[in-house]
Design a protein around this ligand. Structure first.
Ligand SMILES: [Zn+2]
Length: 233
């Protein structure tokens, strides 16, 4: 007959395997998510694009300003030069030169705003680049650490699996299968330790007769309250 102690040891190994599986899943999840780096890189890419667009606008605006400045200078030259022979032409020319100067001022202000915008985006890009580089190196360090954790967990698992299979082969197949079924039904715990007359899984006290049968160790006794196999360790 299979001793309850064997089943209890089996359960300890199964619980260790559950823990290893949980920890492995956690590490794998961490390895799959490197959000910080991804988010920073996405923000950086968006800003790089914005920078290009703004610089394109800035160049177009610079051309516009250059053209206007040239035109304004030409008008002023005509106005203050000796070209104007018809006196009626003068006020028209004056008005045009004034309009041209105003327009130039407006366009220069717009150009300045664009230049400021470019500087702001460049500053932000530099900050993001540094943050992304930091996040990347943090992530690489974490990756190495997580990889090492996975290796440790895998070798720990391998050791337990080998011992468990040796132990499982010493248990009768029918008892092994009822243990496994019970373990699934009872949230991972098929065998409950008995201490001070209490089932340690459900904390109910055992009737004296029950306790005596557990003590004798000659048969499998189930807790009358939670249905687990009782083990006097
Ligand atoms: Zn119980």
């Amino acid at each position: 007959m299979t001793s309850i102690k064997q089943l209890f040891s089996l359960q300890e190994m199964d619980q260790a395997l559950d823990r290893i599986q949980g920890q492995t899943a956690e590490v794998e999840q961490q390895l799959a998510s490197h959000l910080a780096v991804e988010q920073l890189e996405a923000a950086l890419a968006a800003d790089a694009e914005r920078l290009q667009d703004t610089q394109r606008l800035q160049r177009a605006q610079q051309m516009e300003v250059d053209t206007l400045r040239e035109r304004s200078a030409q008008l002023d030259q005509r106005l203050y030069g000796t070209d104007v022979t018809n006196p009626r032409e003068l006020p028209i020319l004056q008005e045009e030169a004034e309009r041209s100067r105003d327009l130039l001022k407006q366009q220069e202000a717009t150009l300045q705003e664009l230049a400021q915008k470019v500087t702001d985006i460049q500053t932000r890009c530099q900050t993001l680049e540094k943050e992304a580089a930091d996040a990347k190196s943090d992530w690489q360090a974490l990756q190495t650490q997580l990889g090492a954790q996975l290796k440790t967990l895998a070798s720990e698992r391998e050791g337990i699996v080998a011992t468990r299979s040796r132990l499982a082969s010493s248990v009768t197949p029918s008892e092994l299968s009822s243990y496994e079924t019970l373990r699934v039904r009872k949230g991972g715990k098929a065998v409950a330790r008995v201490e001070r007359g209490l089932c340690q899984a459900c904390r109910m006290s055992l009737p004296t007769q029950h306790l005596q049968r557990v003590r004798s160790g000659r048969q499998t006794v189930f807790c009358s309250s939670c249905g687990r196999i009782l083990f006097l360790g």
